[in-house]
Design a binder for this molecule. Structure first.
Ligand code: ZN
Ligand code: ZN
Ligand code: ZN
Ligand code: ZN
Length: 482
């Protein structure tokens, strides 16, 4: 006990002498390298008559000597001894100091009698082994938590087992077992199933992933990528709009045709046959709720010339007949022709004036047009009623009247944003009739170019004369006694 008190006293003396004499006189810092300066040992030797090695001197200078030996020895076996207390203990006990390990987990010294383990060049006390380590669920080995990868299902994996058994989800940055991964059709891309459920669809056709932010199409509860959609779905929903319209032919007078056919089946096989024949760049097919068992063939906008020369309408109509479809005879079917507003002029004013002339022409020659359309009066009332009951005195009166009417079921439907739709015609599978109808529609662009006076004076015979440039139109008019 006395010996210990002597030692403590000596430590305090050395410390004071170092701080008040040696350090100022040699101009030293507290750095360990300064303590190694040979002049320090010399001065201590001169003053105290003993040789103190630099390490011991350092411990003397920084050690916490307030702790009792008994307490320090007790702590080494229980809660661990703090760093500066351990330094003091080494000075006081010298060779008698128990063997210790430094726990890299809790940062204190323990007697080697305390249970401990080595990991990656470090030693850990048993308590830290318990709190800072986890067992790899694959290989059963203990790994420090900083090395453990926690999979999405909560299981722990060592780096090696993770490499072997887990998959990384690029979407959420988590690791998942193979069972929780979703793979695309070619087995290349994978996403964890929760990310898949939250952000992705799978293309019904090619099986590739479609992010919900990307372009995709939904049809009857199935999803399609942009590439597959056009090919996979032949009969589109009623509200389908193609991603982009193809405009065929030169100039600005385009005609978009909607031909309804019925009673031959709303069947994909037939629809595909028709699309293959007409060309998917020319037309697409839609469901139409007004039909019993058929579909609607919708053309992309094309000039009359293009419809006549480049689209095989004759072949299409023939094939439809061959597949047992009907159009005229169904009673349910119409042949609608869209004229683009741009064909009536560049400005909205020009367009409105041109359209007013067309409406005027319809009102003025209504009974002839009804005959041309092959509709019955009752069909017309339901699907394509005229606007006025009396002949208007001026074309601009017709436009005002028509624009106020929001009903779509009008002979000339003005509700579309960019087209004027002629809805008056009954469906047909007869090529001459079909083409005469398109020619009739195109003649409306000609009528729009006449002056107001010319339109008001236009007789049915002069209209016939305007259309005499078309073989089908002329022959149809004759056939119908028009
Ligand atoms: Zn520890
Ligand atoms: Zn493992
Ligand atoms: Zn994920
Ligand atoms: Zn696809």
């Amino acid at each position: 006990m006395n010996e210990m008190m002597e030692k403590r006293k000596r430590v305090l003396e050395v410390r004071r002498y170092y701080n008040t004499v040696i350090k100022p006189s040699l101009g030293l810092d507290d750095a360990h390298t300064d303590i190694e300066d040979p002049r320090v040992a010399e001065m201590i030797m001169d003053r105290f008559g003993v040789e103190i090695p630099p390490d011991t001197l350092h411990n003397m200078l920084i050690g916490d000597f307030t702790i009792s030996i008994e307490r320090a020895l007790e702590d080494l076996k229980t809660s661990g001894l703090l760093h500066l207390q351990y330094r003091a203990l080494k000075v006081l006990l010298e060779d008698e100091t128990p063997e210790v390990f430094f726990c890299a987990g809790c940062g204190v010294y323990f007697s080697t009698e305390v249970e401990h383990s080595e990991y990656d060049g470090h030693t850990f006390c048993s308590e830290c082994m318990e709190t800072e380590f986890s067992t790899c669920s694959e290989c059963g080995e203990l790994f420090h938590n900083s090395d453990i990868i926690v999979a999405q299902n909560g299981e722990n994996y060592c780096p090696e087992c993770a490499e072997q058994f887990l998959y990384y989800c690029n979407e959420c940055g988590e690791y998942t077992t193979e069972d929780d991964m979703v793979w695309d059709e070619n087995g290349y891309h994978h996403i964890c199933s929760s990310c898949f459920g939250a952000y992705y669809y799978r293309c019904e056709e090619c099986g590739s992933f479609i992010h919900y932010n990307d372009d995709y199409y939904e049809e009857d509860g199935y999803y399609y990528c942009e590439n597959c959609y056009e090919d996979a779905v032949v009969i589109h929903g009623y509200n389908y709009q193609p991603a982009h319209l193809n405009f065929h032919g030169d100039g600005n007078r385009f005609l978009g045709v909607e031909l309804e056919v019925d009673d031959g089946g709303e069947c994909t096989y037939n629809a595909r046959e028709i699309i293959d024949l007409i060309g998917s760049h020319h037309a697409y097919i839609k469901h139409d709720g007004s039909l019993n068992d058929g579909f609607e063939i919708v053309s992309h906008p094309a000039t009359l010339d293009y419809h006549m020369r480049e689209i095989d309408w004759e072949g299409v109509l023939q094939e439809l007949k061959h597949l047992d479809y009907v159009s005229h005879d169904a009673g349910t079917c119409g042949l609608h022709v869209h004229l683009n507003r741009g064909g009536f002029g560049d400005t909205e004013e020009e367009q409105d004036l041109g359209i007013a002339k067309v409406l005027y022409f319809f009102e003025r020659h209504w009974s002839k047009i009804v005959k041309f359309s092959r509709r019955t009066r009752s069909q017309l009332d339901e699907w394509a009623a005229r606007y006025l009951d009396d002949e208007p005195s001026h074309p601009e009166d017709v436009l005002e009247y028509a624009k106020d009417d929001a009903s779509r079921y009008r002979c000339v439907n003005l509700c579309n944003h960019s087209t004027v739709e002629l809805r008056v015609f009954r469906g047909t599978l007869v090529y001459e009739t079909f083409m005469a109808t398109l020619q009739f529609a195109d003649l409306m662009y000609d009528i729009a170019e006449l002056s107001l006076e010319e339109v008001m004076d236009l007789t049915w015979d002069s209209f016939k004369e305007m259309g005499s440039k078309y073989k089908e139109f002329t022959s149809y008019m004759e056939r119908r006694g028009l």
